[in-house]
Design a protein around this ligand. Structure first.
Ligand code: CS2
Length: 461
């Protein structure tokens, strides 16, 4: 059972699961995929019996491949009760999820479940659940009643400690229910459900009409559900399953006790530089990540952000060579065949920069160093927020972010206003003079001197 049937799930979870079946000969598995907000993917997959093509793009790409591990696609918006039923079904062993950062409905300050969220409230009130956490909690509640047996909930989103976090949110949902429901649910959860953490990695852009046409030419068939992806893929999983699971290790997934270290490294190195390139690219008219990393100054800024700011703050998992990892990340970004847009990677910045960049900023400041490059990425994000009309800013907090900005959008007005946005910047960071100065400096440079200014300063500074 998979919650959040976007392109990433098709190009990663579904491929790993099919590969596991092929390698192990254990063909008992199939994925029921549930979409979150829209039913587009259901419309695309259902007429194709769940089949879809994965088109790898870039050096080392394999030939087109049709994947068959998705056996059913359900619209979570239109049929939330079906999602609950599938989670409760005894035949379901694992619920995987890729619902993106905002899909978890975390409270910005406490990091626990945001019970002020209207959909969370509706789910708690007993309406057919629309949020991922509501669906999981209600599904587990039904499973407990119907004797479905132990269950594993496996988060596959880019969040630190994603398993533990998901467990905390589901427990917070349970705790917010009336006592008569809450007690039995928490007891059953404690005894029967595990939430292992994972680190997932594969760059999967949004599929375009051009991609569909290219797949059609190669495949000889129109596949509305095709996805494109880079050849690279990785999955590190904590081995604490409550019941059965596909033999993902036979498909190259690594079972590890160091998932938290893998996730921190990925977030602060790969995802942080991805966001940096996205916002520098958006500020200077570069449409794709490969265009942005093709700009020498931006590549250098990324490289230095990883080496000088992020790496010293991370304890790398055994077996990970930091320098090689950073070089490989930049090489992957340079994949011109992928067409990964800066707009896509730059979306939902309010949900991403804290986990990817501010972690490094805080740790660097605590160590008495200057987070020069991470601050550049944050300033570029601020510039993106301030220079994009509200209707075009792809961020769940777009209206709130713009509400704190004044009509004049200069470094002096934007930087302090956004620093005061307390769901992103904690009180200490918001008033840190060194960090503020760095932001003001970089913001001014981007705003008044653009690409030339950035080139001059990065190449010579
Ligand atoms: C990207 C990620 O869109 C984004 O924010 O940084 O989706 C990235 O492509 C993946 O995490 C790579 O594994």
């Amino acid at each position: 059972m998979h919650l959040g049937l976007g392109a990433f799930a098709r190009a990663h979870t579904a491929v790993f699961t099919e590969n596991a079946m092929l390698a192990s000969g254990d063909f008992r598995w199939g994925i029921v995929g549930v979409t979150q907000r829209s039913d587009t993917v259901v419309q695309q997959l259902a007429p194709q019996d769940g089949l879809f093509t994965v088109a790898e793009r870039g050096n080392g790409a394999s030939p087109l491949r049709v994947v068959s591990s998705i056996v059913e696609a359900v619209s979570g918006r239109d049929h939330p009760e079906a999602a609950v039923d599938r989670i409760a079904a005894a035949s379901t062993q694992v619920v995987t999820l890729t619902v993106t950062e905002k899909g978890y409905r975390m409270h910005p300050q406490t990091g626990s479940l945001n019970t002020d969220d209207e959909q969370v409230q509706a789910d708690l009130a007993g309406h057919p659940p629309q949020t991922a956490i509501g669906q999981i909690a209600r599904g587990i509640q039904q499973r407990a009643r119907t004797g479905g047996g132990p269950l594993t909930v496996l988060s596959c989103d880019n969040l630190p400690g994603n398993g533990e976090l998901t467990g905390t949110l589901v427990r917070a949902f349970a705790a917010a229910l009336p006592d008569a429901e809450s007690g039995p649910l928490v007891a059953w959860l404690d005894a029967n459900v595990t939430f292992p953490s994972t680190m997932v990695d594969r760059m999967v852009p949004a599929t375009t009409e051009g991609d569909l046409n290219a797949v059609e030419r190669e495949l000889g068939l129109r596949d509305e559900a095709a996805v494109v992806a880079e050849p690279f893929m990785q999955w590190v999983i904590e081995d604490s399953f409550a019941g059965d699971r596909p033999a993902w290790e036979e498909a190259g997934a690594v079972f590890s006790t160091d998932v938290a270290a893998w996730e921190a490294a990925k977030l602060r190195l790969l995802n942080a530089s991805h966001s940096m390139l996205a916002y520098l690219g958006l500020a200077t008219g570069k449409a794709t990540i490969s265009d942005a990393v093709g700009e020498d100054a931006f590549r250098a800024a990324c490289s230095r952000m990883m080496a000088e700011d992020a790496l010293p703050t991370i304890e790398l998992p055994p077996g990970l060579d930091g320098k090689r990892y950073c070089a490989q990340v930049l090489e992957r970004f340079a994949n011109t065949a992928l067409g990964h847009t800066t707009a896509k990677v730059g979306s939902d910045g309010s949900q991403k920069i804290g986990l990817r960049l501010l972690t490094t900023v805080r740790a660097t400041l605590d160590a008495g160093r200057e987070p020069r490059w991470a601050a550049l990425a944050v300033a570029a994000w601020m510039h993106h927020v301030a220079s994009t009309p509200t209707s075009e800013l792809n961020d769940p907090l777009a209206a709130g972010l713009h509400a704190v900005l004044t009509v004049t959008r200069s470094a002096e007005t934007v930087v302090p206003a956004l620093l005061g946005f307390s769901s992103i910047f904690d009180g200490e960071l918001a008033v840190h003079p060194g960090f503020t100065d760095l932001l003001l400096h970089w913001y001014r440079l981007i705003d008044t001197h653009g690409l030339e200014g950035l080139r001059n300063e990065i190449n010579h500074g």
